[in-house]
Design a binder for this molecule. Structure first.
Ligand SMILES: C[S@@+](CC[C@H](N)C(=O)[O-])C[C@H]1O[C@@H](n2cnc3c(N)ncnc32)[C@H](O)[C@@H]1O
Length: 456
């Protein structure tokens, strides 16, 4: 026992890492907090050292990712529906289950810390049920539980349990991936990515970030993969570099590689400004300027901060609804429409989101996504190019929107031919579309369509 452990008479104690992990899970489940934000807050509040913080992070992220599978195991072990247990007890059990089945914590340690956590955080009366259920969970390995739970189940349902995903996401991935890649794609959602940085064109060189184990990204000429806290780097603090997934860099780059007439560029949905910062730098190098539009004031402020390193006469940020533009039709020769989406392409970054999102979320966005693409087409000058981008591979947000909105005003271009360095990036839904995948490319699952506005 360390002097930092939380003790309560008579003889219960819990280490700070588990206490902070439990408090984070309560924030996530009782207050709908984002796991990453709640985790950072609880780590600060409990004043965790680096080792404790690493354990706490694994406990929270692993428990959140595998929640659906763990819940079925807890129900089977307890012989009762989850809804009959107090929600905070369920969180204690989820944490214990992750230690037993996901982290290989010795049984006696996982059981005693679960019971002590329940006693300290929820009261002695809760320890009996926690003790009984967690001991049952400990009687089988993860594989044994999965074999038992998936017996007689269909293939997709079993895959959902075995990869820690809701069934509807498995079905959505199956609609846009070859069968033999489905499992690999789902498992890749469980691997947290190493932070990827981007150097802002003209403001920094990659070499500056290639220290302390930093290495160039595989495809983007502007990216660096680097462990550690990006905020500690001078280039990031000075906004000469930023944090940006490689896939996000690549879709912005593709737009800049298509031949287009000289003129102003537009980022229609710019917040928080990752793509806008790359586009502004490249626009400046080509003698153009960028208008970055964003619907929400606070996100427009983030865009402004991201662009601050560039000369002020090369960019402008404005707050406005992109479906009701303040500019004249045909005002821009390059237009980025990186529309609001479900974010299902970045599940590896947001451990809890797969259990929080619903199919309805995807369908609710349909009208706005279609209206923004329509507005992007109208905003593009004849001969100019536009990109429709989502950080989701879901068909309803990608191919379905393009098929609905892209009409005789535009020609659909062969987007993969503008990313020749990226292998296997043709989408299954239409080979002129780009679909990146974590399991293939190590990027978020970004989707890209490039179009040229026809002459009137
Ligand atoms: C996927 S994010 C864009 C990410 C951004 N391009 C980047 O790389 O950092 C979509 C953005 O669209 C904004 N948005 C939502 N509705 C909008 C609208 N009607 N017009 C313009 N922007 C909108 C959201 O606030 C959000 O910041």
């Amino acid at each position: 026992m360390s002097p930092r452990d939380v003790r309560r008479p008579p003889e219960r104690f819990i280490d700070l890492a588990r206490m902070a992990a439990f408090d984070t899970l309560r924030d996530v489940h009782a207050s709908d907090a984002y796991a990453n934000l709640a985790l950072a807050e609880q780590q600060r509040e409990h004043d965790l050292n680096a080792q404790e913080a690493a354990l706490c992070t694994e406990l929270v992220n692993g428990t959140c990712r595998w929640e659906g599978t763990y819940d079925r195991i807890i129900e089977a072990a307890g012989g009762r529906a989850l809804g009959t247990l107090q929600p905070a007890i369920v969180d204690v059990l989820r944490l214990g289950t992750h230690q037993l089945l996901g982290m290989r914590t010795p049984t006696h340690a996982a059981v005693s810390t679960s019971v002590d956590l329940a006693g300290i955080a929820l009261g002695e009366r809760t320890t009996g049920v926690v003790n009984a259920i967690i001991r049952k969970v400990a009687q089988k390995s993860l594989d044994e539980w999965l074999d038992e739970l998936t017996a007689g189940m269909g293939e997709r349902g079993a895959l959902a349990l075995r990869t820690g995903h809701p069934r509807w996401i498995v079905d959505a991935w199956a609609a846009v991936l070859p069968d033999d890649e489905l499992e690999a794609a789902l498992l890749a959602d469980n691997e947290p990515p190493v932070p990827t940085l981007v150097v802002r064109p003209g403001l920094a060189e990659r070499d500056e970030l290639l220290t302390d184990g930093g290495r160039p990204t595989e495809y983007s000429p502007h990216g660096v993969v680097r462990e550690g806290n990006p905020a500690q780097l001078a280039a990031v603090r000075q906004r000469r570099a930023g944090v940006q997934d490689e896939g996000s860099q690549l879709v912005a780059l593709a737009l800049t590689r298509v031949d287009a007439p000289a003129g102003r560029w537009l980022d229609l949905c710019a917040g928080p400004g990752g793509k806008a910062a790359l586009l502004a730098g490249l626009a400046g190098q080509q003698g153009s300027t960028l208008l970055a539009n964003e619907a929400h004031q606070h996100r427009a402020e983030l865009v402004r901060k991201a662009l601050m390193g560039y000369p002020v006469n090369t960019w402008q940020v404005q707050t406005g609804d992109g479906t009701r533009p303040s500019w004249e039709p045909g005002s821009f020769t390059r237009v980025m429409a990186d529309v609001p989406c479900s974010g299902l392409g970045s599940l590896r970054r947001r451990p809890e989101s797969r259990w929080r999102r619903t199919p309805e979320d995807v369908h609710e966005l349909h009208e706005l996504q279609a209206a923004l693409l329509d507005s992007a087409i109208t905003s593009t000058a004849p001969g100019g190019v536009l990109a429709y981008v989502t950080c989701s591979p879901h068909r309803a947000e990608t191919a379905a929107i393009v098929q609905q909105v892209a009409d005789e005003r535009v020609e659909i271009l062969d987007a993969p031919s503008f990313l020749t360095e990226v292998p296997d990036c043709r989408a299954l839904t239409d080979e002129r579309f780009v679909q990146l995948w974590p399991h293939r490319h190590g990027t978020d699952a970004m989707f890209l369509v490039l179009m040229r506005r026809r002459q009137d």
